[in-house]
Design a protein around this ligand. Structure first.
Ligand code: B12
Length: 280
């Protein structure tokens, strides 16, 4: 089994972290939950996630990673629940805890320290975590209008764009998130039908970049009335500066936060003349 450089004392859940669970489903009444709590890692109690220092985020990441590696779905969900109670906390946890933990999973897989199966389990647990806390975002107002967020054609890495989608929704955008490997024609049709003013494309593999170029060309040549600006991001662009220009995008952003800054700046400079129809 994988050697973790974590102290056992850093890895046990104390009872306080279970107090936010649904009372109808507590360790006292549910034997499965009781078992999970007994075996789950300990979490420092910080119910409002007051501490977002680098050291604290690193500790949370280690704890979340330990739950993924165990693997312990309940612990990953409960740990997230202790710290994520507001939409703003989603932004921090998704980008600064889940993202580095998933990068660590990738590194461990690449080093041969965990199997493909362990990596798949970790991915599935993270997808469950993200889904479980989506209701925190679901009913937020979306006054800034519709946008499309997609993984590029041929690209199966979908957690990155999903995190970006959640964060854009937290910031008031009406996001149509298409998930992995969406055909270009579908994306063009979607932009047209919802009159999206922004298209965000996420790409992890360098080998997917030709498909990004082709998608962008198809969107541009469709001459859509909403004339969407195209923002790209993802690890495919990390190695080569300005690679994003070669695919024909309007801009590249390293994170959802930077992406929002770009889009808000576009709106502020009046480059976007359309009024957002929005969905309410
Ligand atoms: C899970 C995973 C998979 C899963 C994906 C399942 C799923 N449903 O998503 C599966 C098993 C399918 C998979 C397959 C493969 N994978 Co993989 N995978 C990963 C892993 C471990 C985690 C990915 C992840 O969720 N990261 C976390 C997210 C949150 O990070 P992110 O995507 O970077 O997104 C953030 C930012 O980049 C940014 N961002 C991203 N997109 C956008 C877009 C915009 C507009 C903006 C503003 C910002 C933005 O914001 C995000 C949130 O913070 C990574 C490790 C890694 N370093 O990521 C390897 C990794 C990406 N995979 C890798 C490889 C090699 C593969 C395969 C080729 C393996 C194989 N031989 O089959 C295939 C390719 C499949 C394909 N065609 O896409 C390599 C890629 C190496 C490289 N540079 O080319 C990695 C890095 C592993 C490694 N260390 O070697 N993989």
């Amino acid at each position: 089994m994988l050697e973790l450089s974590l102290k056992r004392s850093e890895l046990s859940v104390n009872a306080a972290s279970t107090k936010n669970l649904n009372p109808d489903c507590s360790p006292d009444t549910d034997p499965h939950l009781a078992l999970a709590v007994a075996g789950a890692p300990e979490v420092p109690v910080d119910n409002d996630m007051q501490d977002t220092s680098g050291a604290a985020l690193h500790a949370y990441t280690q704890e979340y990673l330990a739950a993924l590696l165990k693997p312990d779905t309940q612990a990953a969900i409960r740990l997230t629940g202790v710290h994520v109670k507001t939409p703003a906390q989603i932004e921090v946890w998704w980008e600064q805890v889940i993202q580095p933990a998933m990068y660590a999973i990738g590194d461990l897989w690449a080093l041969g320290k965990i199997s493909v199966g362990q990596e798949h389990l970790a991915t599935a647990i993270t997808q469950r975590v993200i889904s479980i806390y989506y209701p925190l975002i679901l009913n937020l107002p979306r006054p800034k209008g519709p946008m499309v967020i997609t993984a590029s054609p041929g690209e199966f890495h979908e957690i990155g764009p999903r995190i970006v989608a959640d964060i854009f929704e937290v910031h008031g955008w009406d996001v149509y998130y298409t998930g992995a490997n969406t055909p270009a024609t579908t994306i063009v049709e979607l932009i047209q039908s919802i009159e999206a003013r922004f298209l965000c494309i996420s790409t992890t593999l360098g080998s997917s970049l030709p498909a990004v170029s082709a998608l962008i060309s198809q969107v541009r040549s469709a001459n859509l009335p909403s004339q969407p600006k195209i923002l790209v991001g993802g690890q495919a662009y990390n190695e080569v500066p300005d690679l994003w220009r070669q695919v024909g995008a309007d801009h590249f952003a390293l994170s959802a936060y930077e992406g929002i800054a770009y889009i808000e700046a576009q709106l502020a400079t009046g480059l976007d003349p359309l009024q957002p129809p929005g969905r309410g």
